[in-house]
Design a protein around this ligand. Structure first.
Ligand code: HEC
Length: 113
């Protein structure tokens, strides 16, 4: 019995912080700041996309509030941020928690239709 408790504690201790953060729901308010610092220059103030950057990268930047983007899972959006997606380069310098937060912010952009 005692051993089981010890093993459980040990496992929780060993679980990397990134795994814990990846499973957490982010904080949209904190995510807004991450968005302004790391996404806004390409995705625009409200996630509508910056057409000038789109032309430069030769890509059509999707509206982050659109069905197309909102239908992605949190894990898929995390993957886009960490590894990039077609013409979008990976975003460097954001922690796992910051990614959870910015995903929560992206969810607030969902078009109310
Ligand atoms: C250097 C410009 C740039 C930055 C910075 C950037 N993006 Fe993007 N993003 C793009 C472009 C361009 C696309 C469209 C890629 C394509 O379809 O070729 C895109 C697409 C996306 C998509 C849609 C992916 C899909 O499967 O359709 C999501 C979600 C996204 N970006 C989120 C973010 C978030 C969140 C950040 C900030 C953490 C961010 N992006 C930072 C340029 C950028």
């Amino acid at each position: 019995m005692k051993l089981k408790v010890l093993i459980a504690l040990f496992a929780a201790f060993l679980m990397p912080a990134t795994v814990l953060a990846a499973g957490q729901k982010g904080n949209a308010k904190a995510g807004h700041e991450v968005f302004e610092a790391h996404c806004q220059m390409c995705h625009g103030d409200h996630g509508q996309g910056n057409p000038a950057v789109g032309r430069m990268l030769g890509a059509k930047i999707p509206d982050l509030g659109s069905k197309q983007v909102q239908s992605l899972t949190d894990a898929q959006i995390r993957n886009v941020i960490e590894h990039g997606h077609i013409k979008m380069p990976p975003v460097h310098g954001v922690s796992s928690t910051e990614i959870s937060n910015v995903i929560a912010f992206v969810r607030t952009l969902a078009e109310k239709k």
